[in-house]
Design a protein around this ligand. Structure first.
Ligand code: ADP
Length: 463
């Protein structure tokens, strides 16, 4: 990452400088040459007017004009040649070609009226040919050829290039040093974060992730700490669960052992006592069986969290079936079981899981009821959810216990719950199953008056 940041910073810093520097020097060279050409072109056209007005083409001895031509050639460090329409050289400021004939492509072209500018990059000079036109007849009566050197301009550009290169190298070094340090500063919090996470992975879960740096890094370490807390809580509840499971599974076995030992230690035990103890032993085995079954249901719910077997079924029929199965238990305790359905409800649910969840609620309402009590199950729905309410006239749940009844193995009155065959797992199975349907469960209860559980489940399954 550091290398990437370094390269990025370096490129961001250096590319624009390189590009603009290059472009500026090139533009200077172009503009300066153009300006020089225009200036000379203007000078030459006023010179052409002067030559015509003074009749220089017929009398090339006019000394003022010759002086002017020499002066101008001197100013631009160039050479001026004046040619008449028959290509006779009337004046060469170098004094070499006077009286000769000049045959040049540009001069011939110029006699037909075109002004020419040609530039030789190799020799650093520019050649201009402009026609000399008669004021009245507009006839081309000659040509001014001027060549001048633009070596000076190129010299300046070359000097600028050299200076720019030195500047560029210095800046590049400075940017490189800055990029090296800044990339270090930038990547340090990430390295620290990596170290902190490595520390956690090595098993030092008690430590908090503390990384100072950018705001975003603070946020990441906060999120990590929250995740860590969640993991710690999960680990804690896992450990609690394991110790609870061992304890719960051991209790019936201990009872069986005590019962069996006490029979074995006595001699001549009457057969009634044998029977009585064996009945107790059978009860304990049955309890062990129930705990194992409930545990298996829980584990199955956890494992199949993503495997929902969703079908569209009638919730009315589901509830009627559950009630039919539980009616004998209710009857045994003389409890009235009432079912109210406000409308037929068809919903997308996992039938097995929802049956398990609702059975537990209704079974509890019967189990934790009073003699001659009642249990009222009602079903209602709106366009989005269906609602199942299980109300009973039972013993109720103390307020301080209501927060814990959905915890695994939690029982309000352990002795009573044991008497009713409770394992403390029923409500956590129910809550899991309802949550897997993206539903909600709530409890309202008052001690010695009764309890109401309300369940809300989406009619259309939300994956
Ligand atoms: P259990 O197997 O003990 O019934 P649950 O998880 O089903 O376990 O319930 C947890 C505890 O909540 C029960 O032990 C009981 O004390 C209390 N409880 C659950 N339902 C009711 C109810 N309808 N009325 C009173 N108490 C209830």
């Amino acid at each position: 990452m550091r290398v990437h940041v370094l390269i990025a910073l370096f490129l961001i810093g250096i590319v624009p400088i390189l590009f603009f520097g290059w472009e500026m020097i090139n533009t200077y060279d172009r503009k300066a040459t153009d300006q020089r050409k225009n200036e000379i072109l203007n000078q030459c056209s006023s010179l052409s007017n002067l030559l015509v007005s003074q009749g220089y083409l017929t009398d090339p001895t006019i000394s003022e004009i010759n002086t002017e031509l020499n002066r101008m050639a001197g100013i631009y460090d160039g050479r001026i040649i004046v040619v008449d329409s028959k290509l006779n050289i009337l004046k060469d400021t170098f004094g070499i070609e006077d009286g000769n004939i000049l045959i040049s492509e540009n001069v011939i072209k110029c006699l037909s009226g075109t002004t020419n500018i040609s530039e030789s990059k190799q020799d650093n000079y520019v050649e201009l040919t402009i026609p000399i036109t008669h004021n009245n007849t507009k006839e081309i009566i000659g040509v001014i050829l001027m060549s001048f050197s633009n070596k000076n301009i190129h010299l300046i550009s070359t000097m600028l290039y050299q200076k720019a290169t030195i500047l560029f190298i210095t800046t590049a070094i400075l940017i490189l040093v800055f990029a090296f340090f800044y990339s270090g500063v930038f990547t340090k919090p990430f390295i620290n974060l990596k170290k902190a996470i490595g520390h956690l992975t090595e098993g030092y879960m008690d430590d908090e992730v503390k990384v100072n740096g950018f705001h975003e890094i603070d946020q990441i370490s906060n999120s990590l700490n929250q995740m860590l807390l969640r993991m710690k809580n999960l680990e804690k509840s896992r450990q609690e669960f394991v110790s609870n499971v061992s304890h719960e599974l051991k209790t019936p076995l201990t009872s069986v052992k005590v019962l069996a030992d006490s029979l074995l230690m006595q001699e001549n035990v009457p057969s009634e006592l044998y029977r009585e103890f064996l009945v107790d032993i059978a009860e304990e085995i049955e309890r062990e069986n129930k705990i194992i079954n409930d545990l298996l249901s829980l584990v199955k719910l956890d494992k199949t969290a993503s495997e929902m077997n969703i079908t569209s079924i009638s919730i009315n029929e589901l509830l009627e079936l559950v009630l039919k199965r539980l009616r004998p238990i209710a009857k045994k305790n003389n409890i009235e079981l009432i079912f109210e359905s406000f409308r037929p409800v068809i919903a997308e649910v996992d039938e097995v899981k929802l049956t398990l969840a609702l059975s537990n609620l209704i079974e509890n309402a019967i189990k934790y009821n009073v003699e001659d009590g009642w249990v009222r199950v009602s079903l209602n729905a709106d366009h989005k959810y269906f609602y199942v309410k299980v109300a009973d006239s039972g013993i109720g749940i103390p307020e301080d216990a209501q927060d814990f009844i959905f915890d695994r193995f939690y029982r309000v009155d352990k002795a009573r719950s044991r008497g009713t065959g409770g394992t403390g797992l029923g409500l956590s199975i129910t809550k899991n199953a309802i949550h897997m349907h993206k539903g909600a469960i709530k409890v309202y209860s008052k001690e010695n008056e009764g309890t109401t559980f309300t369940v809300r489940v989406p009619i259309n399954y939300i994956a």
